[in-house]
Design a protein around this ligand. Structure first.
Ligand code: ADP
Length: 384
């Protein structure tokens, strides 16, 4: 294979995922362009070219993309119409706009699973809070259920459990998915990668533990102890979803294993994912490098893990807002197999994702013990 590395690759969004994509691309000395409205964003310090603009604005995305060879995303909330037009102009857009369009709307996502016979909890779609109340009154919907805003939710925002009629006052007045509450035993994720030649690979399954109040992943571990049948089913389901979508790039498939060991797809993300941060240090090829390989139609890398790993998200301390300080960093920098990543966000807020720490070890139990120590040592606070 001969390969040119002078292709211009654009990324819509300059957050931590964009930053880590640039870092992976830099290994191959690639030409990586970022579009983002915040010039102080995490990726601005490590990309080849930074462009100032709004990824949801048609003109900004066209202006940015029209001189590029390949365009990708680090967040789904982008201007799809512009991506469709750029595709017509010959820019390779991965993931394809049609795929982003389905995934950015949780309602369309759920319909896709249903139409393709993938296991996902039963649901109905409703345009607003009044219609949800109406559905309860006429018996179409029963308690408890999970209300999810169809668009623009992230990190658990726009998702809530409605247990009883008292909770109805909290209903979000927005187009929603109302789905059956799953009795979750484990939350897992499988990240799949597909290149334009339709080569497919998947990363080992990870377990995700959620922060009890912030509703976002705080703690992630790999490997997870699941029986062989479930491992096989989870991997197969994730790969089948990627193939059905015909996606090019990464697809992170979040699933629930319920108390009866049944598997349910929760949602997917067509981009690098929080549940793959640890692959930078624990796997032969990271999710970020794998995404770059997909974009360039290179052979996919070896996804296997050479170490067990735990990843902790560093969230802004609750109730703190202001200039970012990382307290306790010195302590953890001395520890073996511990890899802190600081995203460089200038200000912290309650539960904002400010960094993460990956802990690798020979055995998962040892990594978990170190992670528990670290959780007590490092804090992201304001104004030190
Ligand atoms: P986001 O897109 O913001 O990450 P999710 O749809 O993944 O939101 O939901 C956030 C969390 O809410 C999930 O990780 C899970 O813990 C919980 N959750 C979501 N859907 C269900 C469900 N049907 N049953 C039980 N818990 C759920």
């Amino acid at each position: 294979m001969t390969s040119k590395i002078n292709k211009k690759i654009g990324i819509l969004g300059g957050g931590q995922l964009g930053k880590m994509l640039c870092q992976a691309g830099s290994k191959f000395h690639l030409n990586l362009h970022i579009l983002e409205k915040n010039a102080d964003c995490p990726a601005s310090a490590v990309c080849t070219v930074f462009s100032h603009g709004d990824i949801t604005n048609y003109d900004d995305v066209i202006q940015f993309g029209k001189t590029l060879d390949i365009l990708t995303i680090e967040i789904e909330n982008v201007n799809i119409h512009a991506l469709e037009d750029l595709e017509k102009l010959g820019v390779k857009v991965y993931p394809q706009p049609a795929v982003i369009n389905i995934i950015k709307d949780k309602g369309l996502q759920k319909e896709f699973y249903k139409q393709n016979n993938f296991p996902t909890s039963d649901f109905i779609l409703k345009p607003n809070a009044d219609e949800i109340r109406f559905a309860i009154n006429n018996g179409e919907l029963t308690f408890p259920f999970v209300q999810k805003s169809r668009t623009e939710g992230y990190d658990g925002k726009g998702v809530q459990v409605i247990n009883n009629s008292d909770d109805l006052k909290n209903l979000l007045d927005t187009p929603s998915v109302c789905e059956k509450l799953v009795d979750i035993k484990y939350e897992i994720s499988v990240i799949v990668a597909r290149n334009p030649s339709r080569e497919v690979s998947s990363f080992p399954i990870v377990g995700m533990e959620f922060h009890p109040t912030a509703n976002l992943v705080e703690f992630l571990y790999c490997p997870i102890d699941l029986n062989e049948n479930l491992v096989h089913l989870a991997k197969k389901t994730a790969i089948d979803v990627a193939n059905s979508l015909d996606i090019v790039g990464l697809l992170a498939v979040e699933m629930f294993v319920d108390i009866n060991a049944e598997l349910w797809i929760n949602e997917v993300a067509p981009r690098p994912h929080n549940s793959g941060h640890h692959t930078i240090e624990a796997n032969y090829c990271s999710q970020y490098e794998q995404h770059i390989r997909c974009l360039l139609n290179w052979p996919l890398g070896d996804t296997s893990a050479h170490h067990a790993a735990v990843m902790i998200n560093l969230l802004g301390e609750s109730g703190q807002a202001g200039p970012t300080c990382y307290e306790g960093l010195d302590d953890i920098l001395k520890m073996k197999g511990v890899y802190p990543h600081l995203y460089g966000k200038k200000t912290t807020q309650s539960f904002r994702k400010m960094g993460h720490v990956t802990i690798i070890d020979k055995e998962i139990q040892a990594a978990i013990e170190t992670a528990n120590l670290i959780k007590e040592k490092i804090k992201v606070i304001a104004n030190c």
